[in-house]
Design a protein around this ligand. Structure first.
Ligand code: SF4
Ligand code: SF4
Length: 939
């Protein structure tokens, strides 16, 4: 029964669009929307069945490889006469552990079924993380079951190492390789090249090895330690100085090209957990207390998407912009330093266009002294980190909103390793993790290593770096070994516990280091020994494991050195950008990060939060640059044509850009200087700085498993060995080739229905029920229910079924917590959602949903049970002009569990049914695959 609504006045919201084709309403887009479920779509026409099964297999790992290879870490096998303690078939057990990353250890709780790890969650005992994780941590469990990971150790039998050849790896017991390592005599001629790691155990082993003469070097294509090293150098401090912001205390935040809420910066889960509660709005009065974010950036990042005020600016101009902000703040504070002001004026030359924006931003920052924080992207040069340090000092943000932690780095850099190799000082090299041969192709590794006698590689798969080595040692997954380490802010320590014995004959990094010390202990014994003697933890080992987190004291910098002299020494950059002299910014790839997730199907198929690309990377450019390139190269075929009629007055198919849901992108040649050149497809992304080309590191790998093989484009030749990720003076020219991108942004289109309901804080504080007056709700009648006349607040808090069509089945609900029937619901607070996509992969991991591969994604058959819609909106647009400044809105779309579910009424076999607690359930064994339910779902 329905009742007509009393108020049918509809609020007209903004115009939301998903893509440039959607905005231009091209025939290609219309035909895709009309034929989203074309006749015969369920047939496997033209699909390579073998390829489909290949990728499916890679994500079925949890059910296949894990099941057969699963073992508890025990040494004897006994009949199952008495059930092992804590193992009840069907009931999961939970263990604390943590995931080592290049930005610290992430404390976790691992769910295990019958000794098999099945799901990863954040450890809520870690208060900073609050039980949350990121998309990579969610995906990392799939790597344990990766069918392409190395299943032991191997000897390279190929004479000419580094050259392509097949079938040359001979399986060798890991114990044998470890014995060889233990017998190395000249330890002062041994070098280790490692990736960044926060393991306390590993650090102590490095120190022991260092005392015996072993040289340790480290490398990172995405170097998070750059800012702290820059700061210590500029301020003349012995140890590196890491800035740790506390966003929970900050009322105003300025981000200088820093994606602190996204995957490009360290500690993003903690940052998000601190920052987003400042946007929790439960009533109109909360709207006035929200924090405010200013973002200045060249790329359109997750952080920029969340920002209240966003300025598009190239990364190279951030130095000038920081100087202008500092001038404004010095003026507001009344600090008189003519020399400093003169220098800042010099640095901020050419920034006049941004004066108004900077004035407002500086005023807002200054209005709330000691309650703001300014953060800087880790890829930016030393000068910007120094200016940011001074800005925060003027604002008095330390210690409330910002602390500086002193950290020690003892490893040499990649250039000094190359120098030692060139001078033939190294007899044995061990590549411990990372993938330097892939990341730094500008180094001639084969030539450099020709006089090195022994070359060992510890890695998760036989990859690019293994090719130049004599031995490849399979690396254990973090769920297979013991370790402990600190987080990014160095204020907690957490253990790594194995949840399963190594599935294969693999070793951990600490076991390799122990072999080199001549001890050959396993990671458990090494950790126990370290914990007893050196660990800075007061808890017992058992309590430490139980809790999964222990507090430790970071080494905080109490007195801030004065940076004025260092600021006076900054030399101004004179960079002019244009379509003939572009800036190139290298960022980690969302899907693979630096390449380490290349063979992880969940990550490859998880759509990029902003571009919505899957299975690929592309060179992102702004609409302004796209238009200029189209003018220069009329056949480029990059932008959708807004005009739909051809010369004969017929609808012109816009096949050059978008056809049948496939995006055809022109492949271009991107040149930086004389030596660096890459080829990759172009993709137009509104929101980018006009002359910045954003390129990602981590795709196009040559030695990778079945998932990553043949995906994306390699851009590593643009990385400098000092890990500088900004280049200038680049040019673009078409190659004449095209590449099909699997972009899901137009999939599941709402055909103009206003799914996003948003307004500003002021309007909301006066119209709490605005969302009900937008879109379909404004003119459709409410469902009948016993509580229909109650207020929204009352329905949300006191009545169990809101405005339900059904009576609640259990009238003891108010008193029943553990028994009786319930009405379930899940809400996503869109004010809090950053679009990180962790929920998309978490759902895939929880429900073991397979991937379908690029070919199937192109047909709109991705299988995610939660999708994340990203909408753009723009206020100013002249005619058919493509907008450069856009606002981003995210809308997570899971099953709504509709009360009168359209998917149920069309199912011919009653496979989709409502259960007694109001959930829309699926009886899988009844489903015959008609896809009627999917066709009839309004979402
Ligand atoms: S709801 Fe939003 S913020 Fe939360 S996990 Fe999903 S995408 Fe991330
Ligand atoms: S119609 Fe769609 S949203 Fe509604 S219950 Fe069915 S699947 Fe879920």
């Amino acid at each position: 029964m329905i009742q007509t609504t009393q108020n049918s006045e509809e609020i007209q919201g903004k115009h939301y669009w998903k893509s440039l084709d959607d905005l231009a309403d091209t025939p290609g887009f219309r035909s895709w929307v009309d034929n989203e479920f074309p006749e015969g779509a369920s047939l496997m026409d033209g699909v390579q069945r073998r390829g489909f099964l290949k990728v499916m297999a890679a994500s079925f790992g949890l059910a296949g490889l894990g099941m057969t290879g699963c073992r508890r870490p025990e040494h004897a096998i006994l009949p199952h006469g008495r059930s092992p303690e804590e193992l009840i078939p069907g009931i999961p057990a939970y263990y604390s552990s943590s995931r080592p990353t290049s930005a610290g250890f992430v404390p976790l709780i691992i769910e295990s079924h019958e000794g098999r790890p099945t799901k990863i969650e954040g450890n809520s005992s870690y208060q900073l993380g609050g039980g949350s994780t990121d998309v990579y941590t969610q995906s990392s469990i799939l790597d344990l079951y990766d069918p392409d990971r190395s299943r032991g150790s191997f000897t390279n039998e190929n004479e000419s190492k580094g050259n392509e050849s097949s079938a040359r790896w001979k399986k060798t017991p890991s114990a044998e390789v470890r014995k060889d390592l233990a017998n190395i005599e000249n330890l002062d001629r041994v070098a280790i090249l490692t990736d960044s790691n926060f393991s306390s155990l590993r650090k102590s082993l490095f120190q022991k090895l260092g005392q015996k003469g072993v040289k340790v070097f480290s490398h990172d294509p995405i170097d998070f330690h750059n800012p702290e090293n820059c700061l210590s150098k500029a301020l003349g401090i012995d140890s590196s100085l890491r800035a740790i912001p506390n966003f929970s205390k900050a009322k105003t935040v300025l981000s200088l090209d820093s994606d602190f809420l996204g995957h490009r910066e360290p500690n993003s889960s903690v940052n998000t957990k601190q920052f987003m509660p400042g946007r929790r709005v439960l009533s109109p009065s909360d709207a006035k207390k929200m924090n405010r974010l200013y973002s200045v950036e060249s790329d359109l990042s997750i952080t920029g998407g969340v920002a209240d005020h966003r300025l598009r600016l190239s990364s190279s101009e951030t130095e000038g912009f920081s100087a202008i902000i500092l001038i404004k703040l010095l003026e507001l504070s009344g600090e008189k330093n003519p020399k400093l002001l003169e220098q800042l004026t010099l640095l901020s030359q050419g920034m006049d266009n941004y004066d108004k924006w900077a004035t407002e931003c500086a005023k807002d920052l200054f209005e709330k002294p000691k309650q703001s924080v300014v953060v800087t992207g880790s890829h930016l040069p030393s000068s910007v980190h120094l200016l940011t340090y001074k800005i925060n000092q003027v604002l008095g943000n330390q210690p409330t909103c910002l602390e500086y932690v002193k950290v020690d780095h003892f490893a040499g850099n990649l250039s000094s390793l190359c120098e030692s190799l060139k001078n033939e000082e190294i007899e044995t090299i061990i590549f411990l993790g990372g993938n330097p041969v892939y990341h730094f192709p500008s180094v001639d590794w084969v030539d450099l290593l020709k006089s090195t006698k022994n070359k060992y590689r510890l890695g998760r798969s036989i990859d690019e770096t293994s090719q130049v080595c004599d031995f490849h040692i399979g690396q254990s997954h973090f769920l297979e070994c013991w370790d402990m380490g600190t987080n990014w802010s160095e204020d907690i320590c957490s253990p790594v516990q194995p949840i399963i014995a190594p599935l294969f004959d693999t070793c951990s990094d600490t076991e390799i280091l122990s072999s080199l010390l001549g001890e050959s202990k396993n990671s458990h014994d090494l950790l126990i020994e370290f914990f007893k003697s050196d660990a800075d933890v007061s808890e017992s080992f058992e309590d430490f494991l139980k809790q999964g987190v222990a507090n430790v004291k970071p080494s905080l910098l109490a007195n801030l050195p004065n940076p004025d002299q260092a600021v006076l020494e900054i030399s101004a950059d004179d960079i002019t950008l244009s379509e003939n002299s572009l800036e190139v910014l290298l960022i980690p790839d969302f899907h693979t990060w630096d390449g380490q997730f290349s063979n992880n199907g969940w990550m490859m198929e998880c759509p990029h939060p902003i571009t919505k690309l899957t299975w690929d990377n592309a060179l992102l450019i702004s609409p302004v640059l796209a238009k200029k390139l189209e003018k220069k190269y009329p056949d480029l075929g990059l932008l959708p044509k807004a005009t739909m009629l051809n010369n004969n007055g017929q609808i012109a198919p816009d096949a050059a850009v978008f056809k049948d849901g496939k995006q055809r992108a022109p492949i271009v040649r991107l040149r930086v200087g004389d030596h660096h050149e890459i080829k990759a497809p172009l993709y137009v992304q509104p929101g980018l700085a006009d002359y910045t080309v954003v390129s990602t590191i981590g795709q196009g790998r040559s030695r990778v498993g079945r998932v990553g093989s043949g995906t994306g484009f390699d851009t590593c030749s643009l990385i400098h060995t000092d890990s500088n990720r900004i280049s200038n003076g680049a040019t673009i020219e078409p190659t004449g080739d095209f590449h099909i991108l699997a972009n899901v942004q137009e999939h599941w289109s709402m055909e103009g229905r206003a799914i996003v309901r948003e307004t500003n804080a002021k309007y909301y504080s006066e119209h709490e029920d605005f969302a009900q007056k937008m879109g379909a709700e404004s003119h459709s009648p409410p469902m009948w229910g016993k509580d229909q006349d109650a207020s929204i607040a009352e329905k949300a808090t006191t009545t169990p079924r809101g405005n339900s069509a059904y009576e609640h089945p259990d009238d003891t609900y108010e008193h029943s917590e553990t028994f009786g029937l319930h009405q379930w619901g899940m809400s996503i607070d869109l004010n809090q959602c950053t679009g990180c996509s962790a929920c998309v992969v978490a759902c895939q991991s929880e429900n073991n949903i397979p991937i379908v591969g690029k070919d199937q994604v192109l047909r709109g058959r991705e299988m995610h049970w939660i999708r994340l819609d990203r909408y753009f909106s723009s206020t100013e647009r002249e005619g058919a002009e493509l907008p450069s400044d856009v606002q981003v809105s995210f809308q997570g779309v899971a099953c709504m569990h509709c009360e009168t579910a359209p998917c149920e009424s069309v199912c011919p076999v009653n496979a989709t049914v409502h259960d007694e607690e109001g959930l829309n359930a699926m009886a899988y064994n009844r489903c015959v695959g008609t896809r009627y339910c999917a066709n009839n779902c309004p979402y």
